[in-house]
Write a protein that binds this ligand. Structure first.
Ligand SMILES: C[S@@+](CC[C@H](N)C(=O)[O-])C[C@H]1O[C@@H](n2cnc3c(N)ncnc32)[C@H](O)[C@@H]1O
Length: 377
């Protein structure tokens, strides 16, 4: 048995079951043994899944071009780009390379911040970003970022869909929502219904926080009674308090500029379309999707769609203005059109970049799967 399985089994031991969110957190981020802690090459051909970053440098170049335009619009004398979920530092390198070759005047005014709680990943990033060592700074918490405040852009790619989610499901007979937890049976992890806060002898802060006020409400979704009347038994939906909290923290750190994320995601209503009955959680191993979320612990990626409606409201509550929710195709095409017109600034479109653009925007590749949410202050 691998070490991570042992750690999870031990944690489940005394309580009988842990929330799926805790299982996902340990599977992906357990120090030393979690999926994202162990391996730097998880995205890309040799890894388990492709991201827009692993398609090549075009994604970073287009973002850098857009960031430069936003910065010029705001007329900031000095500005910051803060990236979170930077993993091996590749996107940061693509962005900084573009500034260096195409807008060295702006590079002089730029400070690149990487928000990275893991020391191990920070080391991978330091190595990749060595050519820009003087421009890059690391933060391990929002508190440190907030101390100075951000004037510029805070952004992430496929960060929020990799945050731990709670998995809820509808019990049509009992007319109530319940949370799926993870228990152990012999050598396997298995799904088990979690006791609600009312049923549980011990009320943990977590069970209190995520327990709905009424049995027919699931936290984070405002469902009309008519929908519940027809919702099939077992219909599942995920909630991700960690992503909402991350967005709230980012919004409060942003003094002036934009907050931008690219993720798999849905609006709150889209979570309840008939084709989503099993929820949106999935596992990915060697470019194959799997529904077996509890298998291959620490060896497979786990992700769930982001609830963009919940993020939008968190940002609005912190005083941000919505600039839009776009498909990646729509968002990158707009930038590419401007970049095409300004080829002397952006650089030439080589056949290789044109191929990358296809991958990033084609609906069958990454174009429709990902969406970009932008808010501004
Ligand atoms: C799916 S990978 C995406 C990596 C990269 N952005 C890309 O597009 O190729 C998600 C990354 O987010 C990191 N991550 C998860 N939670 C984080 C957090 N709270 N702060 C910073 N990074 C985090 C993970 O460790 C992992 O490196």
């Amino acid at each position: 048995m691998n070490k991570l399985r042992e750690i999870i089994r031990r944690e489940i031991g005394p309580c009988g079951a842990i929330s799926f969110a805790r299982f996902m957190e340990l599977s992906l981020y357990c120090p030393e043994f979690g999926y994202y802690e162990r391996l730097a090459n998880t995205p890309g051909r040799g890894g388990d899944f492709y991201t827009s970053v692993s398609a090549g440098s075009l994604f970073g170049r287009l973002l850098a071009f857009q960031f430069a335009r936003w910065i010029e619009e705001t007329g900031l004398e000095r500005f910051q780009l803060i990236e979170a979920g930077a993993h091996d530092g590749r996107l940061a390198l693509d962005v900084l390379n573009w500034f260096q070759s195409r807008r060295p005047d702006l590079l002089e005014k730029l400070q690149y911040g990487v928000l990275e709680p893991s020391l191990r990943r920070q080391r991978w990033q330091e190595k990749a970003l060595n050519p820009f060592a003087a421009r890059v700074r690391w933060f391990d918490s929002w508190e440190k970022v907030r101390r100075h405040g951000v004037r510029g852009v805070i952004f992430s790619n496929e960060l929020l869909d990799a945050m731990p989610v709670h998995r809820w499901a509808w019990d049509a007979h009992g007319r109530k929502w319940f949370e799926w937890g993870v228990a152990v049976e012999g050598a396997h992890f298995v799904w088990q219904r979690m006791p609600t806060a009312r049923e549980s002898a011990v009320e943990s802060p977590e069970s209190k926080m995520f327990s709905p006020h009424r049995a027919d409400c699931v936290p984070g979704f405002d469902l009309p009674a008519g929908l519940l009347a027809v919702l099939p038994d077992g219909f599942a939906a995920e909630i991700c308090p960690a992503a909402v909290e991350w967005w709230r923290q980012a919004a409060s750190a942003l003094k002036c500029g934009r907050l931008l994320t690219f993720d798999y995601g849905l609006t709150a209503e889209e979570f309840f379309l008939p084709q989503r009955a099993q929820g949106t959680l999935r596992a990915c191993h060697r470019h194959r999707l799997s529904d077996d979320l509890l298998a291959n612990v620490g060896e497979q990626d786990l992700s769930a769609h982001v609830n963009f409606t919940a993020l939008q409201s968190a940002g609005e509550s912190a005083g941000l203005k919505n600039e839009g929710l776009f498909s990646q195709t729509e968002f990158l095409t707009r930038i590419a059109e401007a970049a095409w017109k300004a080829r002397s600034v952006f650089g030439d479109w080589t056949p290789d970049l044109a191929r990358q653009f296809q991958t990033l925007t084609h609906p069958e590749h990454l174009g429709r799967r990902f969406r970009a949410l932008i808010q501004a202050r």
